[in-house]
Design a binder for this molecule. Structure first.
Ligand code: NIG
Ligand code: FE
Length: 404
């Protein structure tokens, strides 16, 4: 490419949180086309770089584009009625056992067309985009049969194609037992392994495989069968584990070198050790903890002690976390789980990328990488976690394009 075709944009006098740490001097960042071409302290910035830039911006805080590494943002219907039931005293598990919960969303999702699901998901994903998210993971799990699981995953792929955001898909067919398989969980796991998963792989709809390993979900043995099938297709696994009880899903996930074990309120020390050894990320979901008025705080101190990377996500879904604002999770993780603001920021950038198997592509402001970052109208990165205040995102740069 000749020099004239390169578009150069320069950010100066910025405070840079690069995904791991905040640099202690004012920095400059140069983007050439869709890549980060240079990062340097202001004191080292030479006039020729400034003069070569087509556009120059000054001031503010830059972070990597945020990564929401755990969402269920495609679904039909609403569960506002269950919200009211819970306010009257019903528990999430009771509602699920009475055919509500995930299964009520399954009915609405099965009834919705692909187009209707796409349109329903748009405002949710747009809310994440407006909040600085540049990569989002989206799970299936409200279809629970081949046709409807694949329908959800196709909608997820389409969102990534039509909007300025990278979408990573996860097959969560093992989210709940569909009515057709009531009392036959093993049969349903077989259906996933022999039918739903192969079909999703053939259509290139699945980037990873997830399971809800829980009393109201699937057992450790069933989860293991699913993980084996996923591995046979070369897919990485992850889990909803230790959310409501200590069943052993996280240790199983570690045994299969899983990307992440998520929720993990009831995680014990042996499982923390196993996750540290396998490089499995601990994904914290304070939105679900908050919504369900949980009191069992994940073992943060143990995770720190064993240096298990902690990611942070919205878990955006119609039941346990109807929240589509990742910056709010920064505040909740600090207030509810006692993370430091730096840990929380690492959780939605550097560690969230690892939880998606993207640690070499995303989650860090690094020379040579795609220019996916956010410019915030604040003085210090910790302010993002400190106050709950939409509207601070000044620019969102996705693949070099400023689309805000
Ligand atoms: O991550 N734990 C299971 N799945 C979701 C809840 C989904 C729903 O209630 O619709 C979660 O909390
Ligand atoms: Fe979830």
């Amino acid at each position: 490419m000749s020099d004239e075709e390169i578009k150069r944009t320069l950010w100066t006098e910025i405070t840079l949180f690069d995904g791991q740490m905040t640099h202690d001097q004012k920095m400059a960042l140069l983007v050439e086309n869709d890549r980060i071409a240079m990062i340097s302290p202001m004191s080292d910035l030479t006039p020729d770089v400034s003069e070569s830039a087509d556009e120059v911006y000054s001031g503010g805080v830059i972070t990597p584009g945020l990564i929401d590494c755990h969402t269920h943002l495609i679904f039909g219907g609403s569960r506002a009625d269950e919200f009211e039931l819970r306010l009257e005293g019903a528990s999430y598990e009771e509602i699920a056992r009475n055919g509500g919960g995930i299964l009520s969303t399954v009915r609405a999702t099965r009834a919705a067309s692909e187009q209707a699901l796409f349109e329903a998901a748009l405002p949710r994903i747009q809310a994440l985009i407006n909040d600085g998210v540049t990569t989002v993971e989206i799970k299936s799990g409200y279809g629970l049969n081949r046709v409807d699981e694949l329908k959800m995953l196709r909608v997820a792929r389409r969102l990534g194609q039509e909007l300025p955001i990278q979408v990573v898909t996860t097959l969560l067919a093992a989210h709940a037992l569909p009515p057709e398989y009531a009392d036959n969980a093993d049969g349903y796991i077989e259906l996933i392994c022999n039918d739903i998963l192969p079909a999703a792989v053939t259509e290139n709809l699945v980037d990873a495989v997830d399971v809800f390993c829980e009393g109201i979900g699937f057992s450790v043995a069933q989860s293991e069968r699913l993980f084996r099938a996923a591995q046979a297709y070369g897919l990485l696994v992850k889990s909803h584990a230790e959310q409501l009880s200590n069943l052993g899903g996280a240790a199983l996930t570690a045994k299969y070198q899983g990307l992440s074990a998520d929720h993990i309120e009831w995680l014990d020390e042996a499982a923390v050790r196993a996750m540290a050894a396998s490089g499995t990320v601990a994904t914290l979901l304070p939105g679900a903890f908050y919504t369900l008025r949980d009191t069992q705080v994940p073992p943060i101190e143990l995770l720190r002690q064993y240096q298990v990377p902690m990611a942070l996500a919205t878990d955006g879904n119609p039941g346990s976390s109807p929240i589509f604002q990742l910056t709010l999770m920064l505040n909740m993780a600090c207030t509810l789980f006692r993370l430091t603001p730096t840990e929380a920021l690492q959780g939605v950038t550097y560690h969230a990328a690892k939880a998606l198997g993207l640690k070499h592509q995303e989650g860090s402001v690094t020379v040579g990488r795609k220019a996916n970052f956010c410019l915030w109208n604040i003085n210090n990165p910790a302010e993002l976690a400190y106050s709950i205040q939409p509207g601070r995102l000044k620019q969102r740069v996705f693949q070099g394009e400023i689309n805000r």
